[in-house]
Design a protein around this ligand. Structure first.
Ligand code: FAD
Length: 430
């Protein structure tokens, strides 16, 4: 389907790939063995590999597609503390001590990624711009203001309440009922970040082989035998870092993550004066809807990158693009005639408890289930996972002992998504 909403040279691929095309890695021969085989070359896999390679382990990273082809070069580049359930929910589930540890882990992931990018001098437009989290109705504004005033002792973060009358200081729309600014949240160019990370990983001596899907992992004595499209490799340790693309390779994990489509468009370049009016503080933006919309300016402030869950399973960005455009125009009526230059999507991994998980199953290490918020957390848990493979005490996290839940009859095909999203959309309108 073509649409006049698109520019004539529109791309159905991530905007980020314009400046960082998927790396054409030299075809490499599969080694016969490695100390560590990492499956998946996004942030989780590469951060695990960076630790093990720098720790002296021969490390091999495999990806079924090009390096970083999954969410790690497709996302919106918004970085938060990533833990979705509120403190009260966590206390009810796990008790005060563990709840505190989980919230702190989220804050640590945010601090850590900023330090990592600075220490490694990765040129990726990382900036602590703050997040404007907008209330989609008066009730939600009251809830946000109350939460800002009553933060749990010892876990308070800098947050500013923005009433509706002052909203235009943050964003050029009247569609919201005010909101809050989380000052420490950040933005990044996700593909340049991934590229810098990939370069650090190969410089540390790890081998990255693209277009080499792992088809089977079997126990073999004290280690593993990994069968791939290009041959067999023996490994002492295996790391599974496939997140929303987890498939039949690991049925136990597949039953525990729910792949959900997330969609983004980029607008054609907008006049500077209009950008300054619509996004005066250059914040990243999200809202209180359960079926959330998230957006930001491009790093050069010429375009708006607008994302959300306009479908559950659509894989054609030519279809999802116009759906997102309708939502963009609802929030910013003056953008009704602005065209889409890029439209793309990817699959994130939700979990039944809305928490991320890291651990070991059948001897294989894994980290996944970031529930759509994995730029900071996927990086951080990938790093911790690498430390766990090395047997280092600092690799422990507050997520280690959480049961990774599934549901009866769930095998990895989320048949229940469409009705759930319809229900949440209805609730968002109340
Ligand atoms: C449109 C979109 C917007 C998003 N926006 C944000 C955001 O603004 N902020 C945020 O924090 N998060 C966001 N996310 C989520 C975030 O990008 C992810 O949580 C994160 O990138 C996950 O990284 P990962 O390394 O675990 O997985 P991925 O980057 O998805 O990598 C998994 C890789 O595993 C590979 N793979 C799968 N099976 C095999 C196999 N059998 N053999 C070999 N390789 C295999 C895949 O090819 C893939 O490359 C967004 C996601 C999407 C799709």
């Amino acid at each position: 389907m073509t649409s006049s909403l698109f520019t004539h040279d529109r791309k159905l691929a991530p905007y980020w790939w314009d400046s960082v095309p998927r790396p054409a890695l030299e075809p490499a021969e599969l080694p016969q063995r490695a100390d560590v085989v990492v499956i998946g070359s996004g942030y989780t896999g590469l951060h695990a590999a960076l630790q093990t390679a720098r720790g002296g382990r021969q490390t091999l990273v495999l990806d079924a597609e090009d390096a970083g082809w999954g969410c790690s070069t497709r996302n919106g580049g918004q970085i938060s503390t990533s833990v979705k359930p509120g403190f009260d929910v966590l206390v009810r589930r796990y008790g005060v001590g563990h709840a505190r540890a989980i919230v702190r882990e989220g804050q640590r992931s945010l601090d850590w990624i900023g330090r990592f990018v600075a220490d490694e001098q990765i040129d990726c437009s990382f900036a602590v711009v703050g997040r404007f989290h907008a209330a989609h109705n008066a009730r939600e504004f009251a809830r946000l203001a109350r939460a800002a005033a009553q933060q749990p002792e010892g876990l308070a973060v800098p947050v500013d309440v923005v009433p509706r009358a002052e909203q235009h200081n943050e964003i050029g729309t009247d569609a919201y009922w005010g909101g809050v600014v989380y000052r420490q949240h950040a933005s990044i160019d996700p593909a340049r970040y991934h590229q810098g990370l990939l370069e650090r990983v190969t410089a540390a001596g790890a081998k990255v082989i693209a277009r080499c899907p792992a088809a089977r992992v079997e126990k073999d004595g004290p280690g593993f035998r990994v069968t791939t499209a290009s041959g067999v490799v023996d490994a002492r340790d295996v790391v599974i870092a496939t997140n929303g693309y987890t498939g039949t390779l690991t049925p136990w994990l597949r039953r525990r993550v729910i792949p959900i489509g997330s969609y983004i468009i980029a607008t054609e370049p907008l006049p500077a004066e209009q950008m300054n009016r619509l996004m005066p503080r250059n914040r990243i933006v999200s809202d209180t809807r359960k079926v959330v919309f998230y957006y930001r300016a491009s790093p050069d402030r010429t375009r708006i990158l607008f994302g959300g869950r306009v479908s559950t399973s659509e894989t054609d960005p030519a279809v999802s693009g116009p759906m997102l455009h309708a939502e963009l125009a609802r929030l910013f009526p003056e953008l009704r005639a602005v065209r889409i230059s890029h439209s793309w999507c990817g699959f994130v991994a939700y979990t039944f408890d809305e928490l991320m998980h890291i651990g070991r199953h059948d001897g294989m290490h894994y980290a996944m289930g970031y529930c759509g918020s994995g730029v900071g957390m996927g990086s951080y848990l990938g790093m911790r996972l690498g430390q766990q493979v090395l047997g280092l005490a600092e690799g422990r996290t507050a997520f280690d002992d959480l049961a990774f839940q599934t549901r009866p009859l769930y095998g990895g095909n989320p048949w229940f998504l469409a009705p759930s999203i319809r229900y949440y959309r209805w609730r968002d309108r109340q």
